[in-house]
Design a protein around this ligand. Structure first.
Ligand code: T3D
Length: 263
């Protein structure tokens, strides 16, 4: 196995995970999937980890599946449902269930599954030079890794359909204007902004933030009645966290809160 396909940097209260196959624009091989899933699991089990940054080494964020990694052999018919079930779907599910906020710092091109893995993160920031591409249609595929779910919700049906069918590349500035990402920053500011966000989250009520994600995700399919019931239940859980007690105490005592995060 190639070494260090995903770099982990442990910071005070958060981790930085860096996809590390820069010569292939950090496109996914089976080994890189295994490395990323493992790095996410390690972060999940470290209670001191209260935020994550996901980014890429070199000039790209991630070019999706590495198309030279055995997915296609001339004369053979592949079953692409297998790598989707084995690697991509578990990865997207993992990102959506991490017990802390995940900030994606898109440092360059995010294509195919690379774009959709960025959209699976909680907050997406992008360098001015970054771009997003649903490259799938160009090679006869459909968007995977949640692309057909995320994109219409982010930019609306008309734009999503055209972007997917035309496989048109979206520069970061347009991605921000269309609400596809949280914000674009100058290239030189990208990692500083990512660290600023992660440092902020590392002091926040982490369990409460995970419950917020759970409520927002469920709202995508729930009826209002169901969502009201879910909010009741999740608020019940949030109210039992020590961070709620600390947040209210700090407010009443007119001091900054000292949240515990993950308990
Ligand atoms: O198969 C399954 O398991 C199903 C799952 C599918 C999920 C998917 O993600 S399907 C979509 C796969 N991705 C793509 O189709 C994108 C392919 N790449 C590109 O279209 C372009 O590389 C980019 C638009 C992303 C960037 O273009 P550019 O001009 O900035 O860079 P480049 O010169 O094309 O790429 C630089 C190198 O990376 C180059 O290698 P070289 O010539 O220097 O030796 C290029 O071949 C390599 N590279 C880029 N993307 C991939 C890749 N190699 C393998 N797989 C890639 N996806």
């Amino acid at each position: 196995m190639e070494k260090d396909l995903v770099l982990t940097e442990v910071r005070d209260g958060y981790r930085v995970l860096t996809l590390n196959r820069p010569d292939r624009l950090n496109s996914f091989t089976a080994d890189m999937h295994t490395a990323l899933y493992g790095a996410l699991s390690d972060a999940e089990h470290d209670k001191a980890c209260r935020a994550l940054i996901l980014t890429g080494a070199g000039r790209g964020f991630c070019a999706g599946q590495d198309l030279s990694d055995g997915v296609f052999t001339p004369g053979e018919t592949p079953d692409l449902s297998v790598p989707i079930a084995k690697y991509y779907n578990p990865l997207v599910r993992k990102l959506r269930h991490m017990p802390m906020p995940v900030v994606c710092a898109v440092n360059g091109v995010a294509a195919g599954a690379g774009a959709n893995i960025a959209f699976a993160c909680d907050i997406v920031i992008a360098a001015r030079s970054a771009k997003f591409s649903q490259a799938f249609a160009k090679i006869g595929l459909i968007p995977d890794s949640g692309g057909t779910w995320f994109l219409p919700r982010l930019v609306g049906g008309a734009r999503a359909r055209a972007l997917i069918m035309l496989a048109e590349t979206v520069p970061a500035e347009k991605a921000e204007a269309w609400g596809m990402i949280w914000k674009m920053v100058d290239d030189s500011e990208l990692m500083a902004e990512a660290h600023r966000l992660a440092t902020y989250f590392a002091d926040q009520p982490t369990d409460g933030l995970a419950l917020i994600r759970q409520a927002l995700d469920a709202a995508e399919t729930n009826r209002l009645d169901e969502q009201l019931d879910l909010e009741r239940d999740l608020q019940g859980r949030a109210g039992r966290t020590p961070d709620f007690a600390e947040g209210v105490s700090a407010f009443l005592e007119k001091r900054a809160p000292r949240f515990k995060g993950r308990v």
